[in-house]
Every structure is written in C-alpha cells, then in structure tokens.
Ligand binder design. Structure first.
Ligand code: ATP
Ligand code: MG
Length: 50
C-alpha cells in the first residue's frame, strides 16, 4: 500500500508499474485525488475524487 504509486513498483510477474503512478498524476492535474481501501482476501476499493 505504501509503494503502489511509486513509478515502476509492481507485484505482478509481467507488470510495468506504470498504471497507478500515471493515474495519480492525471488526477492531480484535474485537482482530484485517489482514495484506496483494501482488505486482504476481501477486495480493494479505489475511488477517484474530483
Ligand atoms: N485494482 C487493484 N487491486 C489491487 N491491487 C492493485 C490494483 N491495481 C494495482 N494494484 C497493486 O499496485 C501495484 C502497482 O500498480 P500499477 O497499476 O502501477 O502497476 P501494475 O498493475 O503492476 O502494472 P501496469 O503498469 O501494467 O498497470 C500492482 O502491482 C498491485 O500490487
Ligand atoms: Mg495496473
């Protein structure tokens, strides 16, 4: 959770680690933010707040 927005950080075998850092940058340019809550073995909620 602490690292997921760092460019090129990935936990996937073939991930690039670009997706979330790019999303964060785009949201910042719209003066918005991304909020995340995650529970292991249950799920993850990502909210784009404009
Ligand atoms: N929807 C999601 N649910 C749970 N974890 C996620 C989700 N999206 C991303 N993550 C976590 O955050 C990490 C970084 O995500 P990010 O999108 O930046 O890269 P990626 O998905 O690994 O590769 P790609 O650049 O192809 O999207 C992922 O490797 C994963 O651990
Ligand atoms: Mg991704």
């Amino acid at each position: 959770m602490d690292s997921i927005f760092i460019p090129f950080f990935t936990t996937k075998k073939n991930g690039s680690g670009i997706g979330l850092s790019l999303c964060k940058q785009i949201m910042m340019l719209h003066k918005g933010k991304i909020q995340i809550t995650s529970e292991e073995d249950k799920g993850t909620i990502m909210s784009l707040v404009f």
